[in-house]
Design a protein around this ligand. Structure first.
Ligand code: ATP
Length: 290
């Protein structure tokens, strides 16, 4: 079995600045570092670290070859990542000493995925494989429709949240994952609580409070409290959680077990600074004393 992830790949460029720049200001940054980012890339790395075969479907510019190499190094199957003329998607992040930040996002190559590329990639998927996507690439509706036709388990992580984007894919989904704020926004837009959505399985993550799972067919609802850890950086916790849940589903684990493992992985993640580069592997997750 495999996970096919139509996902973003970003360069996160982080600049340390004495203060956040004002309009018209030219400001010298005092430090610079570049990381692999993007919700898609994070989820692919998390799934691969959890032991799944993850095929990333995405695009980068020639300036993004390092990101593809990094994904390959982390165990992701990168053969379905196209090189296009647009630059790699990127986030320019200015951070002042207090931790306050300012972020400029450019989708770049993440919005240059063609229907042909998607079709070619998914033609290699087998029935029962998982297709996952988030809201950082183009071609989302085409992907969920193809996924349904091919008999894949179609999963959506509704972030960054956009009510129209979720509603466009909703009829084709088997699994939806979103955080508490996103769930409230979706309920406001559709009038439907998570348990009333036309999606068989729904997870609402609740940050340090844990996660809630709804099986909308049986009406079953289960709460999972989070592990108590000292959080230093919650960036990427949600993506790590999702990658691990999908890897568990892909291995055929019952949902509560997949969620249990994902909660352990996400709890470790919040004790670490960084995103894709520091996602724990399955051994770390199983051995951790939480
Ligand atoms: P992100 O910050 O990556 O955007 P998110 O908003 O998508 O995250 P959250 O609900 O904040 O998702 O967190 C996802 C999961 O991570 C939670 O369900 C929980 O298991 C774990 N988690 C998040 N914060 C903490 C914390 N402070 N302590 C322990 N576990 C946490």
């Amino acid at each position: 079995m495999a996970i096919w992830n139509l996902g973003s790949i970003n360069a996160d460029m982080v600049y340390a600045v004495p203060h956040l720049p004002g309009p018209g200001e030219t400001l010298a940054a005092t430090e610079f570092s570049q990381f692999l980012g993007g919700k898609g890339a994070n989820m692919s790395v998390a799934g691969a670290r959890a032991g799944a075969h993850v095929c990333h479907i995405g695009a980068v510019g020639t300036d993004g070859r390092w990101a593809v190499d990094r994904l390959t190094e982390y165990g992701v199957d990168t053969r379905q990542i196209a090189e296009v003329s647009a630059p790699i998607g990127h986030a320019i992040i200015a951070v002042e000493a207090s931790g306050e930040n300012q972020i400029l996002l450019f989708a770049g190559a993440n919005h240059a995925i063609t229907r042909d590329q998607l079709g070619q990639a998914l033609s290699q998927a087998g029935a029962g494989d998982i297709l996952v996507l988030q809201n950082e690439t183009n071609a989302q509706v085409e992907a969920v429709k193809m996924g349904r036709e091919l008999g894949l388990k179609v999963c959506y992580a509704a972030a960054p949240f956009d009510a129209d984007a979720v509603q466009a894919v909703l009829p084709y989904l088997d699994f939806l994952i979103l955080n508490e704020v996103e769930a409230a926004q979706l309920q406001e837009a559709t009038g439907m609580a998570p348990e009333a959505l036309p999606v068989a399985q729904v997870i609402v993550t609740l940050g340090s409070k844990g996660a809630r799972y709804f099986d909308t067919n049986t009406g079953e609802r289960q709460d999972f409290p989070a592990f108590k850890v000292k959080a230093v950086d919650t960036t990427g916790a949600g993506d790590t959680f999702t990658g691990y849940v999908l890897a568990g589903m892909d291995r055929g684990l019952p949902m509560p077990q997949a969620i249990g493992q994902a909660m352990r992985a996400a709890a470790i993640m919040v004790t670490r600074h960084g995103t894709a580069d520091v996602i724990p592997d399955l051994k770390d997750v199983q051995d951790a004393i939480l």
